[in-house]
Design a protein around this ligand. Structure first.
Ligand code: COA
Length: 272
């Protein structure tokens, strides 16, 4: 049976696991307890054989209203140990655990997405938003900087003009604008968001999992490399993949295209 948590919810459906921030009455603001639970859940789901694709979203009308200003900031202000523990868990799951998650990750941004919630949007492999979602780097509005690692996230992912504009003005923007500035891949009307996200999850479910894992690791890792380093690394990575993929994906892929003529790689995946 799937474990029960206080601030998050896990739902599993035929290979797709939904990891849901579940404090709808607080617009899924992220409290220390939520961070500890997300840390634990992501650690377990990384090893869970039923989880082939992970989707992160929020319960109710929000994706996440960012850090819980009361429980994460005010209530840890005079307690350095509690504060450090919350910060560590928060940075760990929103960045390290998501970035290194061994299976594809999708963020489905269904509504409000403020401040600290940008980090998990930047960390996942694919992000899809509702046209009607509201994003905002609202930190400046209440007197802090985009902390945690939000400033680094937006500097890395966004164009400098957009990062500076939204961080300095704190102005909210919708899902369409989030797609235009490439904070998310694209947006669709809220009424179609779940169906569209499932469609992409199913595309990923069809692929060989070892190839998917190596692909996400490769694309992310080469970003910081020179051309020569990338060439050497990718050659080694491909050799490692073909040696360790128990499904022998590359051989199957070639055989099904060249011998069986049962599919075309340009249009879809081979049968694993
Ligand atoms: N931290 C703590 N509590 C939060 C919160 C946050 N980030 N975001 C929402 N809440 C709480 C509210 O205090 C309120 O609690 P209450 O019912 O006990 O009074 C409840 O969630 C609902 O919020 P409310 O403001 O009434 O809902 P709304 O739908 O009118 O507005 C937001 C939603 C998200 C626009 C608004 O709550 C907001 O601006 N939140 C702060 C967003 C932010 O700046 N986040 C960055 C933090 S780094």
């Amino acid at each position: 049976m799937t474990k029960q948590f206080e601030c998050i919810k896990i739902e599993k459906d035929a290979g797709i696991t939904w990891l849901i921030l579940n404090r709808p009455e607080k617009r899924n603001a992220m409290s220390p307890t939520l961070h500890f639970e997300m840390n634990e859940a992501l650690g377990e789901l990384a090893l869970d054989e039923e989880t082939k694709v992970l989707i992160i979203t929020g319960a109710g009308e929000a994706f996440s209203a960012g850090q819980d200003i009361k429980l994460y900031f005010r209530e840890t202000e005079n307690d350095p140990v509690k504060k450090a523990a919350a910060q560590q868990a928060s940075n760990n799951w929103r960045w390290h655990k998501l970035v290194h998650f061994p299976k594809p990750t999708i963020a489905m941004i269904n509504g409000y997405c403020f401040g600290g919630a940008f980090t998990q949007v930047c960390a996942v492999d694919i992000a899809i938003a509702a046209d009607e979602a509201t994003f905002g780097l609202s930190e400046v509005n209440w007197g802090v900087i985009p902390g945690g690692i939000v400033s680094w996230n937006i500097a890395e992912l966004l164009n400098h003009r957009d990062a500076m504009f939204y961080a300095m003005t704190g102005l909210p923007f919708d899902g369409k604008k989030a797609a235009e500035i490439k904070l998310v891949n694209y947006s669709v009307p809220l009424a179609q968001l779940r169906e569209e996200t499932m469609k992409i999850a199913k595309v990923l479910l069809d692929k060989n999992p070892a190839v998917l894992r190596a692909t996400k690791e490769a694309v992310r890792t080469v970003r910081g490399m020179t051309h020569d380093q990338a060439q050497q690394y990718l050659a080694a990575k491909l050799t490692a993949l073909t040696a360790t993929d128990k499904d022998k994906g590359m051989q199957k892929g070639m055989n099904q295209f060249l011998d069986d003529k049962s599919y075309r790689p340009g249009f879809g995946a081979f049968k694993n």
